[in-house]
Design a protein around this ligand. Structure first.
Ligand code: ADP
Ligand code: MG
Length: 691
C-alpha cells in the first residue's frame, strides 16, 4: 500500500455518497470511449494511465483499488505513535513557510491539543499549505508519521479545517495507485464518477448460481462497492469479483489455444520389451516415481493425441533422465526430438551429459546454440533437415527459421517457465502435431499448475534418487565469514569443491562500471587462504566460450572454489561440490535460494549451504534451514511474494494486476477454470476480450 501523498490544493472528498445523486445521471450504457474523454486528460495522461493497464474508460471503471482505508477518530496528541496513517487534531500554535529557490519550499506547523501535547508536521514544496492553516485556529491532520530527531513528525498530511473537515470517523476510503503526473485521489475521483454513472449498466456475464456459490456480488454492485464501499466486507467481496475477471480471461484463452493448436501426433511404438530395454540403458535403477512417470510418458507417446505434459520435480530428482527416456523412445520410432534449455550452460550440460549414453546406442545428437560456429551450424542443420540427426539439443537458437526438422515428433523444454508461450508455440509449429514435454524445477502446487497451464497434464517427481548425502543449511552472520572460510578450507583440503554465489546487486551499479560483487569477492579470494585450492570466476557477461571453459575447469576438479553470480542457478551438476555459500541471500526469493542450494548434495557426501544476508531476513531463511521439500518452499514463496512474481505465471499472458493475495484467491483460479469449461458462451466472451 502506498503511503499517503501530499495534499492537493483541491482535495477530493473520499466519500462519494455525500454528493447529490442528480449531479450524475445514471447512464444505461457501459462506459465506452477513450480516456481522453475525461476532463483534463490528454494523450500524455492517457499514456501514464496505461502503466496501470488502463486503456479505456471501461478499464478505469474496472480498476481495483489497492485497499481500503477506514478513517478513525483523531487520537490525543500525547498518544500518537509512528505509523503509515495517523490522525491528529489540535490548535495551530506554530506555522512557518521557508522558500529555498523558486520551486523548493517547506512548511512546518506545530499542533497543540487541550492537554498541552504537541506534534509537528512538515510539507515539502506545498507552499499553499501555509495559507490553508491559520495560526490559532483548529485543524486536523492525517498522514504518515515518523519518529525523527525532534520527536514525532507528520509528513505531508492531509489537512482538515472547520470549513473543510476531513472525512468522518468510520468513512471507508478506497486507496488508488498514482502514476506519473496523476495523483491517486484524482484517479479515485474518476473511478467513483464512472461507477456512479455506469456501474448499474454493466452486464454481468456470470450466472446467478455461480455467483451465489462463490458468494460474490454481480458486477454492477461489485463496481459500486469497489469505488464507494459500504463496509469492509462488501469491499472485499467486490475485490474478489473483480479478481475473477483476469482469471476468466486467462482460462478462456488457454482453452481457445488448446482447441486450435492440438492437431494429430504420430503415435510411437513402445512395447513392453522396448520399455524395459529403454529403462535398462541407464546405469541405475529408476526410483518408484521415475518408473511411474516413465509409464505415463510411454502411454502418452503411444497415442495420437499430442502429449502436453508438465514434469515438475525438485532439482536433482531425476527429470532429465525421464526426458532422455522419452527422447530415446521417439528415436526408436524414427522420430526426431528437440531438447531445449533456457541457457547455453544448461543446453551444454544436457548435451554433454547425455552424449555418451546416446552414442552407446547409436543415436545421433548435436548441440546448436548461438555460440555454434557458422559452418558447424550449417552442417548440423542439413543433417537435421535430412533426418540424419535424431536429437538436437539447444537454446532459443532452435527457434530460428532456418532450423528445419525432417520429422519433429517430440519437443522437450527444460525450465520451461523461462520461455514464453509464444516461443513454445513456435517450436511446436515446426512439428505439426508434435508431443510436448515441459520440465520445471520450480514446482508449484498441483491444482494451481493445472489451472495455470490450462490443458497440461502434470506429473510430479517427489522423491530423490537414493544415495544422496544430507544438506545442512545455516545462516551466517557477515562477521563470521572468516570463520566460515576456515571451514571451507577444510572441505577443500578433502578434495571437495565449493560454490560461492554473489548475486548481482543491480543494473545501476553495473552501468556505473562498478565491479560486480562477484568480481570483488574473486579478487579477495585470490589473496586469501583459499587461493591455493584454485579459484575461478563465472558471470553472465563473459563470452560463452570463456564461461564454459572456466566451468569445465571446475567440473573437472582443477579448481576448488567457483565464485559466481546466479548464472549457476540451473543445471550445473558437479557431484564433488559439497558447499555453497550464498551472499546477499535476502535479495533472492526462497525458491531461487532452494534452486541454488540444489547445486550441492548431488553426490553421496554430506553438503552444506551457508546463507549470508541481512539479519532481518533471518526468519525467512528458517524454512530453508528446516526443509528440502521444494514444494513446501514454493508454496511459501507464493504466499510471501504473491502470484505475479511466481515463475511461470507471467507467460500465461495474464494481466494479474489486482489479483491480490493468491492464497486468498486460489479458489477463484479453480472457479474460473470450471466456469469457462462449463459454459462455452463465457469462454468465447472472455477469450475475445481485449486487454
Ligand atoms: P534433474 O534433471 O531433475 O535435476 P537429473 O535427471 O539431472 O535431475 O538427475 C540428477 C542426478 O541424479 C544425475 O546425476 C542422474 O544421473 C542421477 N540420477 C537420476 N536418477 C537416478 C536414479 N534412479 N538412481 C541414481 N541416480 C540417479
Ligand atoms: Mg535438470
Amino acid at each position: 500500500m502506498t503511503a499517503r501523498h501530499l495534499p492537493q490544493s483541491d482535495p477530493v472528498s473520499p466519500s462519494a455518497r455525500q454528493r447529490s445523486p442528480q449531479s450524475h445521471p445514471r447512464s444505461r450504457q457501459e462506459p465506452i470511449g477513450p480516456l481522453t474523454d475525461l476532463p483534463g486528460v490528454g494523450p500524455a495522461r492517457a499514456r501514464a494511465l496505461e502503466q496501470l493497464g488502463v486503456r479505456s474508460l471501461r478499464d478505469l471503471l474496472f480498476l481495483v483499488p489497492l485497499g481500503v482505508r477506514i478513517w478513525g477518530e483523531p487520537r490525543p496528541l500525547g498518544q500518537l505513535v509512528a505509523g503509515p496513517f495517523v490522525r491528529a487534531a489540535g490548535r495551530v500554535v506554530g506555522l512557518r513557510l521557508q522558500r529555498r529557490g523558486r520551486r523548493r519550499s517547506h512548511v512546518r506547523a506545530l499542533l497543540e491539543d487541550e492537554a498541552g501535547d504537541r506534534v509537528q508536521a512538515v510539507w515539502f514544496n506545498q507552499p499553499w499549505v501555509a495559507e490553508k492553516l491559520v495560526r490559532g485556529a483548529w485543524a486536523e491532520l492525517a498522514g504518515p508519521a515518523r519518529e525523527g530527531k525532534e520527536g514525532l513528525q507528520l509528513q505531508g498530511p492531509r489537512i482538515g479545517t472547520e470549513e473543510e473537515p476531513l472525512p468522518e470517523p468510520g468513512t471507508l476510503q478506497p486507496l488508488y495507485p498514482s502514476v506519473e503526473g496523476i495523483h491517486a485521489d484524482r484517479i479515485g475521483a474518476w473511478c467513483r464518477e464512472l461507477a456512479e454513472r455506469h456501474a448499474s449498466a454493466v452486464v454481468e456475464p456470470l450466472g446467478d448460481p455461480l455467483l451465489a456459490r462463490l458468494d460474490l456480488p454481480a458486477l454492477p454492485r461489485a463496481l459500486a462497492e469497489l469505488h464507494a464501499p459500504s463496509s469492509p466486507a462488501a469491499f472485499e467481496a467486490a475485490r474478489r469479483r473483480l479478481a475473477l475477471e483476469p482469471l476468466l480471461t486467462v482460462q478462456a484463452r488457454l482453452r481457445a489455444r488448446g482447441r486450435a493448436g492440438a492437431g494429430r501426433a504420430r503415435a510411437a511404438r513402445i512395447d513392453r520389451a522396448l520399455h524395459e530395454e529403454l529403462c535398462g540403458r541407464f546405469p541405475f535403477r529408476f526410483t518408484g516415481g521415475q518408473r511411474a512417470i516413465a509409464g505415463e510418458l510411454r502411454r502418452d507417446l503411444c497415442r495420437r493425441v499430442p502429449m502436453r505434459r508438465l514434469l515438475q520435480g525438485d532439482v536433482g530428482s531425476g527429470k532429465t533422465v525421464l526426458a532422455l527416456y522419452a527422447a530415446m523412445a521417439i528415436v526408436e520410432s524414427d522420430g526426431q526430438v528437440a531438447i531445449m534449455a533456457p541457457t547455453e550452460l544448461l543446453a551444454q550440460q544436457h548435451f554433454y551429459g547425455a552424449r555418451e549414453l546416446l552414442g552407446s546406442v547409436g543415436i545421433e545428437a548435436a548441440l546448436i546454440t548461438a555460440a555454434t560456429p557458422a559452418a558447424e551450424r550449417r552442417f548440423q542443420l542439413e543433417r537435421l533437415a535430412r533426418g540424419e540427426l535424431n536429437i538436437v539439443f539447444g537454446t532459443h537458437a532452435l527457434f530460428s527459421r532456418d532450423v528445419r526438422f525432417a520429422r519433429l515428433d517430440l519437443a522437450i523444454i527444460d525450465e520451461q517457465h523461462r520461455f514464453g508461450v509464444a516461443q513454445r508455440e513456435k517450436l511446436l509449429a515446426k512439428g505439426g502435431g508434435a508431443h510436448l514435454l515441459l520440465m520445471t524445477a520450480t514446482p508449484i502446487p498441483r491444482t494451481l499448475a493445472q489451472t495455470l497451464y490450462g490443458g497440461l497434464e502434470v506429473s510430479t517427481l517427489r522423491e530423490s534418487p537414493p544415495g544422496r548425502g544430507s544438506v545442512r543449511t545455516r545462516y551466517v552472520e557477515r562477521g563470521a565469514i572468516k570463520k566460515m572460510s576456515r571451514f571451507l578450507a577444510e572441505r577443500l583440503a578433502q578434495g571437495e569443491q565449493v560454490y560461492w554465489v554473489c548475486p548481482r546487486i543491480g543494473e545501476r551499479e553495473a552501468a556505473a562500471g562498478a565491479p560486480a560483487a562477484a568480481e570483488r569477492r574473486y579478487a579477495q579470494a585470490l589473496e586469501s587462504s583459499l587461493a591455493p585450492f584454485g579459484v575461478e570466476l563465472v558471470h553472465g557477461r563473459l563470452p560463452s566460450e570463456e564461461r564454459s571453459a572456466r566451468l569445465d575447469r571446475f567440473r573437472r576438479g582443477e579448481v576448488g572454489l567457483l565464485i559466481a553470480t546466479t548464472v549457476i542457478e540451473v543445471g550445473v551438476d558437479v557431484p564433488d561440490a559439497t558447499v555453497i555459500v550464498i551472499e546477499n541471500a535476502e535479495r533472492l526469493g526462497l525458491a531461487q535460494l532452494h534452486q541454488l542450494r540444489g547445486r550441492v548434495g548431488r553426490g553421496p557426501r554430506n553438503a552444506y549451504c551457508f546463507l549470508i544476508g541481512a539479519h532481518s531476513a533471518r526468519k525467512r531463511f528458517e524454512l530453508l534451514e528446516r526443509t528440502r521439500d521444494g514444494f513446501e518452499i514454493a508454496e511459501r514463496d507464493l504466499a510471501l511474494r504473491g502470484m505475479g512474481d511466481l515463475a511461470g505465471i507471467r507467460q500465461a499472458g495474464a494481466n494479474l494486476e489486482g489479483l491480490g493475495d493468491p492464497a486468498r484467491d486460489l479458489d477463484l483460479v479453480a472457479a474460473a477454470r470450471e466456469a469457462v469449461r462449463a459454459d462455452p458462451r463465457l469462454a468465447t466472451l472472455y477469450a475475445d476480450r481485449a486487454g
